[in-house]
Design a binder for this molecule. Sequence first.
Ligand code: GDP
Length: 308
Amino acid sequence: MVAGAREGDQRSVARLITLVEDASPLLREVMRRLAPHTGHAQVVGITGAPGVGKSTSTNALVGELRAIGKRVAVLAVDPSSPFSGGALLGDRVRMGDHTTDPGVFIRSMASRGHLGGLAWTTPQAIRVLDAAGFDVIVVETVGVGQSEVEIAALADTTLVLLAPGMGDGIQAAKAGILEIGDLYVVNKADRDGADRVRRDLAGMLSLAERAASAWQPQVLTSVASSGEGFAEVVAEMERHHAWLVETDGIVGRRARRARDEIEAIAVAELRARWADVSGRSELAGLAAQVAAGELDPYTAADELLGSD
Ligand code: GDP
């Protein structure tokens, strides 16, 4: 499977990602073999409220990236769904333009109730795609929730999408997106109010305190349904990537991603070790003592950690 994935065989890539979703015991060996081939892909996170046009934009973005010869993988991450949509029709409809292109790989991913959740699966799926030689990996959040910030932590470049009539500027400030974007795109520029959203957002971003040497995020506009504006989006993404490489910022971002990845694996490992085996785990015993007031929770936690 690893050899197949390295040669660009999509079925091998898909099977490796299924191993990740299933938390397969084979992963140790797989990841060891993949490691020397990683570190080349540009990871782009796309985030924004439901309905702003993330999947339509991803489709348009893939088109632009293909036009300049990049191999592109799309991971649609849905934190709210326990189901994998790898082979579901949903993907094909939303990404309709690219389903038959061998230079494009599209996959929905869920955590299937694994203890580590998407924090555990997403970075490892990125690792598979990176080793498989994709130039750009687009990670798109499909659900709602706090996943925005998590996706930003995974990505080299975070694209925040907005649209008119979705609560607009103030909403943006509240949702904390002013801190996470490397690039902001006001989509649905064919609708009234897009320019106001752009101006408001640009105004808010200009008030944020940034060092003179820091990256200054731009606000662009797009019409995802026609692809308008995406040549500029790709140019700005490339500019950000070049800046990251020039300033060595890429090293820090990747170390942060690796750190989160290690932590997620380690925590899942510990939880699995402590899991109840028919209610007789050490954790269950300690819990009974703490609940009965015989032991305090700190001492119990120390015992649990010390016993490993
Ligand atoms: P997501 O929930 O953020 O992934 O949003 P979708 O990509 O599913 O888009 C939500 C709706 O907005 C769909 O009906 C799209 O066809 C529509 N849409 C997306 N981009 C545009 C745009 O640029 N202009 C207009 N008018 N509609 C758009």
